[in-house]
Ligand binder design. Structure first.
Ligand SMILES: Cc1cc2nc3c(=O)[nH]c(=O)nc-3n(C[C@H](O)[C@H](O)[C@H](O)COP(=O)(O)OP(=O)(O)OC[C@H]3O[C@@H](n4cnc5c(N)ncnc54)[C@H](O)[C@@H]3O)c2cc1C
Length: 347
């Protein structure tokens, strides 16, 4: 039986583990923090625009388990808001335990609070990963799904500092890239203005901190669009965003809130005192990142060069998926590339 070790338990790693297990491998999934899903612990938008097709195609090809789990946990289906048609929103608070159950049911060994620190490599072949306890985890094929978000040093250098986000780097230790440890020269994403990385395009507000009227509308309709008071219109922040579907004028002219369990605010960050001048948001407070008034996590600073089959260049038994594999900006993209990497790792 082929032994596949997947490093990084975001959506891409979960999908890679699943596809490898379904292809007959013995699979271990190693995750740095105490929860799976990585940046998928926030977010929640899926099935919008072409992502609907991607989800349906993945399902038709036998990789639908994670989309079935998302659909079972959706708070809203088929809603539209600027730049997004027929979107579904999963409940970010309830998603992770469900995904873990799916993986365990497929016989995958899921190891949380297990951070990969290094690789043992012979020539062009990785033999094992070394985790933070010093344990050596051997395998035949490896998948790097460690993402590109953070760590704190990158958010300090390329963003506005650590915004205390869901990645929780100070508690669980910063992201470590398997590809980089295997001496692969990684690619850094560039924005249009020539600066590196991109900020996440949304923050989460505590729903209870919104006015009762906004909260009720949000829960009923899934999305609330509030025209931005004139003095707060800031179109210049759009270019910082990772997602082009948010970088449209509607997001400078309006505050867009979505019900994902939290109130997802579709802007990279927004000074709290200014936000509180918007009617209904007088008591607003951030849930993720906690310093959402100041900044957000920075992504795309460690992409592994790879071919269409998602095998990492210059290493014979390393595949990659999700943001690690390119400038893929969403849960759906992470899942479909993760599925491909996990499947190709075995077949
Ligand atoms: C605030 C925010 C909101 C978003 N909203 C949406 C949305 O609504 N819809 C959407 O489609 N997309 C959204 N996205 C983007 C989406 O979350 C990501 O593109 C996608 O989930 C990335 O998945 P990934 O698995 O490639 O990487 P990640 O989610 O970054 O996962 C990488 C995982 O690897 C782990 N890891 C890192 N290093 C190690 C190591 N050395 N050992 C073990 N584990 C390690 C990390 O802890 C993490 O769990 C959002 C992103 C953010 C940050």
């Amino acid at each position: 039986m082929v032994r596949v070790v997947v490093a990084g338990g975001g959506w891409a790693g979960c999908a890679a583990a699943l596809a490898a297990a379904k292809a007959g491998a013995q699979v271990q999934l190693l995750e740095r923090t105490d929860m799976l899903l990585g940046t998928g612990l926030v977010g929640g938008i899926y099935r919008n625009n072409g992502r609907y097709t991607a989800a349906e195609e993945a399902t038709a090809m036998g990789g639908g388990d994670l989309f079935v789990a998302m659909d079972a946990n959706a708070r809203h289906r088929g809603i539209s808001f600027p730049g997004h048609s027929h979107a579904s929103l999963y409940d970010v608070s309830a998603m992770e335990p469900l995904v873990k159950k799916v993986l365990v049911n497929y016989g995958i060994t899921v190891r949380t609070t297990t951070r990969v620190m290094d690789v043992l490599k012979y020539g062009r072949t990785i033999q094992a990963l070394v985790i933070d306890s010093g344990e050596v985890v051997k395998g035949d094929v490896f998948v790097d799904t460690t993402g590109t978000a953070g760590p704190m040093g990158n958010c300090l250098k390329y963003g506005n500092g650590c915004a205390m986000c869901i990645l929780r780097c100070p508690s669980f230790g910063p992201r470590v890239s398997v590809s980089a440890r295997a001496q692969v020269k990684e690619i850094m994403g560039l924005k249009a203005d020539g600066t590196y990385g991109a900020m996440s395009g949304s923050c989460k507000l505590n729903k209870d901190s919104l006015s009762a009227e906004i909260r009720e509308r949000l829960e009923r309709e899934g999305a609330v669009v509030i025209p931005m008071p004139e003095h707060l219109v800031k179109s210049t922040s759009l270019g910082r965003k990772a997602c082009s579907q948010y970088a449209i004028p509607e997001y400078a002219a309006n505050l867009v809130l979505l019900d994902t369990g939290h109130a997802k605010l579709m802007t990279s960050f927004f000074p709290l005192e200014e936000l509180r001048t918007v009617p209904g948001l007088e008591n607003a407070r951030y849930e993720d990142p906690y310093a959402g008034g100041q900044g957000n996590s920075v992504r795309y600073l460690g992409i592994a060069p790879c071919g269409n089959n998602l095998k990492v260049d210059a290493v014979d038994n390393l595949f990659c998926g999700g943001e690690k594999a390119g400038i893929f900006v969403g849960h759906t993209e992470a899942i479909v590339t993760g599925l491909l990497a996990g499947h190709n790792a075995v077949t």
